[in-house]
Design a binder for this molecule. Structure first.
Ligand code: CP
Ligand code: NVA
Length: 302
């Protein structure tokens, strides 16, 4: 593995290896065992969108691994004034040991990898959010003891989260059901990928149907970053695409609830369900730290 651009690029073995290393790093962190395997290394973090979890977990993770992280806002970089990504990639490759980028177009991330000569990590694009799904899989395995054979149900927009969950879950042997409004389905490339998994994948516009037999219920905001102008329209389209008591009752007993956060209570999830599953949701947020440390070790350690 040279980069983490999207989960489509990773084998099942590579995903499981990251999850296993993440578990080990979490254990070591909790028990005061140092692992400064990136001493002397620098990660650049380019943000063209807001972030709480991604920024803080990468920066803290890099510190815990003995290296340092640089926060590079689009507002300050020349890339924000039109310097081509091809040039930015070649310049930053001369200073840094790795780049994490959060941006709009997946192509920008792929271009950074093509023109640069250091590992590139996708910290979210409109197409996918691989770091989040690695943390999600880690959390599901922590709570359920396994991944193989479990069913995840995603309710909401067929967006970056849905795209990455479909790929990540199917690759580790899970089943996936997506419930989204017509016209808001996952990307065609992802639906093509899922076809090979036969009845392990299902797409519907009925949240209750998707939730049947689910072991994990997952949702995300109705309007993602960059879609703020559509927020009011989306409230109408997505009404009913919510994790609530009825959806929880349709799922398996003891089903867990995941949310990548930030959450909008009473939109994609009720406050009641959110609070009842807060431990699982904040374990998931914590695991961003451990999963991303595993990714950085695999990509950046000597
Ligand atoms: N889930 C997630 O990526 O959170 P941030 O947008 O706060 O980084
Ligand atoms: N779909 C959301 C995910 C946030 C982590 C967005 O892109 O804004």
């Amino acid at each position: 593995m040279k980069h983490l651009l999207k989960l489509l690029d990773l084998s099942s073995e590579e995903i499981m290896d990251i999850l296993n290393l993440a578990d080990q790093l979490k254990y070591e962190t909790k028990n005061g065992i140092e692992h400064k395997v990136l001493a002397g290394k620098t990660l650049g973090m380019i943000f063209q969108k807001s972030s709480t979890r991604t920024r803080v977990s990468f920066e803290t993770g890099m510190y815990q691994l003995g290296g340092q992280a640089l926060f590079l806002s689009n507002r300050d970089l020349q890339i924000g004034r039109g310097e081509p990504v091809q040039d930015t990639a070649r310049v930053l490759s001369r200073y840094l040991d790795g780049i994490m980028i959060r941006t709009f177009e997946q192509k920008e991330v792929e271009d950074l990898a093509e023109y640069g000569s250091i590992p590139i990590i996708n910290g979210l694009t409109d197409f996918c959010h691989p770091c989040q799904v690695l943390a999600d899989l880690m959390t599901i395995r922590e709570h359920k003891g396994t991944l193989e054979g479990l069913k995840l149900c995603f309710i909401g927009d067929g967006n970056n989260m849905a795209n990455s969950l479909i790929v990540g879950c199917l690759k580790v042997g899970m089943r996936v059901a997506i419930a989204c409004p017509k016209g808001y389905e996952p990307d065609d490339v992802i639906l093509d990928f899922a076809k090979a998994y036969g009845d392990k994948f299902m797409l519907t516009d009925s949240p209750i149907e998707a939730a049947q037999d689910a072991d994990v219920l997952y949702t995300d905001v109705w309007a993602s970053m960059g879609e703020e102008s559509e927020a009011e329209e989306r409230k109408k389209v997505f009404a009913g695409f919510q994790i609530n008591d009825a959806v929880c009752n349709a799922a398996n007993e003891g089903a867990m609830v995941q949310h990548c956060l930030p959450a909008h209570r009473e939109e994609e999830i009720t406050a009641k369900v959110f609070e009842a599953h807060a431990d699982e949701i904040f374990d998931e947020a914590e695991n961003r730290l451990h999963a991303q440390k595993a990714v950085m070790v695999r990509l950046m350690a000597d």
